[in-house]
Design a protein around this ligand. Structure first.
Ligand code: MLT
Length: 208
């Protein structure tokens, strides 16, 4: 018998080749983004792990020292653990990593960006909803061919627009094909952006 996967998670099989990796925000869990995943891609398989850090009873993907101030060593360690989980899950559930699209919200978007910067060959496509810079890379990774869709909130009190713009600039400088939109609203997602994500996914061909 194979060893259990190292994150508590949900896996929902799909009817297409694509798998969405769903990464929740602080206080969420593995069930949180399943409806959103179904909404933005009705045919995709869904893989949704639960963050392993507990902060005041709330699950997250890495430790922070204060709001928006990250424990970078912990972030890097947990980024590697999550990346390894994805590799193990691809083997267990037999999905194609080239067809994997990461979809992260808030804290989940931040660990997704961290994976893009630290494990640049793992993800070919990512949707970052309300993200910020996870850490400044010392040397930019090569993200040529990676597609990233970013959604920010114009009045987000948790994540300043400039910070999200800085992330978009870092990813673009690394060679990623970045699309960034800022919506009327704050940290909560808007229905209009989910429609745009849905369209972007439909228009995003599988990675070669
Ligand atoms: C983080 O800690 O990742 C960000 O501040 C977003 C959040 O509040 O979770």
């Amino acid at each position: 018998m194979s060893a259990p996967l190292k994150f508590v998670h949900e896996f929902v099989p799909g009817t297409s080749e694509r798998t969405l990796l769903l990464l929740h925000g602080t206080g969420g869990d593995e069930h949180d983004l399943l409806p959103l995943g179904r909404e933005i891609d009705p045919g995709a398989a869904l893989l949704s792990p639960r963050g392993q850090v507990i902060e005041n009873g709330q699950a997250r993907f890495f430790r922070r020292l204060a709001q928006g101030v990250f424990d970078v060593e912990d972030l890097k360690r947990r980024t590697d653990a999550l990346a390894d989980f994805i590799l193990d899950a691809a083997e267990r559930y037999r999905f194609d990593l080239a067809q994997l699209v990461a979809v992260g919200y808030s804290n989940g978007a931040n660990i997704t960006s961290s994976m893009l910067l630290r494990r640049p060959t793992l993800l070919r496509s990512a949707v970052l909803l309300r993200p910020m810079v996870p850490f400044e890379p010392i040397s930019p990774p090569d993200l040529t061919g990676v597609r990233v869709w970013i959604g920010g909130g114009k009045e987000d009190m948790i994540i300043p627009r400039e910070n999200t713009e800085r992330l978009a600039a870092i990813l673009s400088a690394a060679g990623a094909e970045v699309t960034a939109h800022f919506f009327d609203g704050g940290h909560a997602l808007t229905s209009v952006e989910l429609v745009l994500v849905q369209r972007w996914l439909r228009a995003t061909p599988p990675a070669a």
